[in-house]
Design a protein. Structure first.
Length: 394
C-alpha cells in the first residue's frame, strides 16, 4: 500500500520550485536568446546584491510586523525569537561558517565562468543534484543528531545505488561518444558533482546557524551576500562584467523589463531557498532540484540533442530518475510505503501511536474516576444493621 501525504506548509516549497523553474529554466534561456545578453558574468556581481537586498527586505518586514502585530504573517520563525538563548559558538566561528556557506554558494559562478561547462549535457548536469540528499543526510546525522530511521536508511541506500548507476552510465556514454574530449568532460563532470556536494554544505551550515546559534536566516543571507560580493570584486581582475551589455540585440525597453523580472525572481528564489532550508531540512529542500528530472529528461530527449539521441541511454536514465524521485519522496515522507515496516517510524505513525496512547491513558483515568465516584455513592447510600452488637453494612 502507498499513501501520498501532502502537508499545508508545502506551499513554500511549491513557491520556491515555481520561481526557481521560471528563473533558471525559462528566463535563463529566454534572456540570452531574445536579447543576446549573457547573464552569467553580470550575475557574478548581481547575485550577491540580490542576497543582500532580499535578506534586508524580509528582515525589515519581520521587524516591522513584530513591532506592530507582535507576530509576522509570513516568514515567521518562532524559535528565533527566544531571547533567553544565546549563540552556541563564538563570533569568529560563526563568521567563518558564513564565509564557507557563501563560498560554496558562489562556487557555481566561478565554475561556469572559468571552466566553461559547454560539453556536458543539461540533463547530465541536472542528474547530479541527487548527491545533495546523500551528503546532507550524512552531515545531519553527525552534526545535528538526525534520527536515521528505517525508511530513511532504505531510501538512501536505493538512491545511492541508482545514483552510482546513473554516473556509471553517463561515463560509459561520454567515453563512447566523446572519447576525444574525455579529459575535459570528466573534469567538468566531477567539478559539477563537487559543486552539488558543496551546495549541500551551504544548506547544512545555514541550518546549523539557525538551529544552534539562533540567527535570523535573512541576516545570514545578507552576510553571505557581503562575502560573495567581496569574492566577486576579487574576480573582477579576470573579467569585465559590463562587456555583455555591448552585445544586446533587442530594444532597450524589452531588455530592462526582462532584466528587472530576472532580478526579482532571483531575489524571491534566494529568500525561499533559505526559508525552506530552515523550516524543512536540507534533504527536503533538495528534493525540488531532482523531483521533476523524469519529465525534464523526456522533454530534453525529444526537443534537444540530449542523450546523444540514443534510445537505450534515455530509457536507462529515465528509469533511474523515476526511482530516485520516488524514493526521495519516501525519504521525506511525502510518500509512505506500508511494507517491510517502512511506515512504522514515519511522523504520521508516531503521532498516531502517541494519540492512541494518550487516548488509552485518558480512558483509564476516566475509568478510575468513575469507579471512585461509584465507591463514594455506595458509601453514602449504605445502611448499617446492628444485631447483638455486630454491625453489618449494606
Amino acid at each position: 500500500m502507498i499513501k501520498i501525504k501532502l502537508r499545508r506548509n508545502l506551499i513554500y516549497l511549491l513557491i520556491y520550485f515555481i520561481c526557481a523553474f521560471l528563473d533558471y529554466s525559462v528566463l535563463g534561456l529566454v534572456i540570452p536568446s531574445v536579447t543576446g545578453f549573457n547573464t552569467l558574468y553580470i550575475c557574478i556581481y548581481l547575485y550577491p546584491i540580490e542576497n543582500i537586498i532580499g535578506g534586508l527586505v524580509v528582515f525589515l518586514y519581520q521587524k516591522y510586523s513584530i513591532r506592530k502585530k507582535e507576530k509576522t504573517q509570513y516568514f515567521g520563525i518562532k524559535f528565533n525569537n527566544n531571547k533567553n538563548k544565546g549563540a552556541s559558538d563564538g563570533k569568529f566561528k560563526i563568521i567563518l561558517l558564513v564565509f564557507f556557506a557563501a563560498y560554496f554558494n558562489f562556487y557555481r559562478f566561478i565554475f561556469y565562468a572559468f571552466v566553461k561547462n559547454t560539453y556536458i549535457n543539461f540533463t547530465m548536469d541536472l542528474k547530479l543534484t541527487t548527491i545533495q540528499i546523500i551528503i546532507s543526510t550524512i552531515i545531519c546525522i553527525y552534526a545535528f543528531e538526525f534520527k536515521f530511521k528505517k525508511h530513511h536508511k532504505i531510501s538512501l541506500i536505493i538512491i545511492s545505488i541508482f545514483l552510482f548507476l546513473s554516473i556509471s552510465t553517463d561515463i560509459i556514454y561520454i567515453i563512447y561518444y566523446k572519447y576525444k574530449l574525455i579529459r575535459v568532460l570528466m573534469l567538468q563532470y566531477f567539478m559539477s558533482l563537487f559543486f552539488y556536494m558543496g551546495y549541500s554544505f551551504n544548506n547544512c551550515i545555514e541550518k546549523y546557524l539557525v538551529d544552534y546559534n539562533y540567527m535570523n536566516p535573512f541576516i545570514i543571507l545578507m552576510l553571505e551576500g557581503v562575502f560573495e560580493f567581496i569574492m566577486a570584486s576579487i574576480s573582477f581582475i579576470e573579467m569585465d562584467p559590463f562587456t555583455p551589455f555591448a552585445n544586446i540585440k533587442c530594444s532597450l525597453g524589452l531588455f530592462i523589463f526582462l532584466f528587472i523580472l530576472y532580478t526579482l525572481l532571483q531575489v524571491i528564489v534566494n529568500i525561499y531557498r533559505i526559508y525552506c532550508n530552515v523550516i524543512y531540512s536540507p534533504m527536503a529542500r533538495s528534493l525540488v532540484d531532482y523531483l521533476l528530472n523524469p519529465i525534464i529528461n523526456i522533454y530534453s530527449f525529444f526537443a534537444t540533442e540530449d542523450f546523444y539521441h540514443n534510445v537505450a541511454y534515455f530509457i536507462i536514465i529515465e528509469i533511474i530518475s523515476i526511482a530516485i524521485s520516488f524514493f526521495g519522496c519516501v525519504f521525506n515522507e511525502y510518500i509512505i510505503l506500508y511494507c517491510f515496516g517502512l511506515e512504522r517510524e514515519t511522523q504520521d505513525k508516531i503521532a498516531e501511536r502517541a494519540k492512541n496512547q494518550f487516548q488509552k491513558e485518558l480512558n483509564d483515568m476516566s475509568t478510575i474516576i468513575y469507579n471512585n465516584e461509584n465507591d463514594d455513592d455506595i458509601r453514602k447510600s449504605s445502611t448499617i444493621i446492628s444485631y447483638d452488637g455486630f454491625g453489618l453494612e449494606i
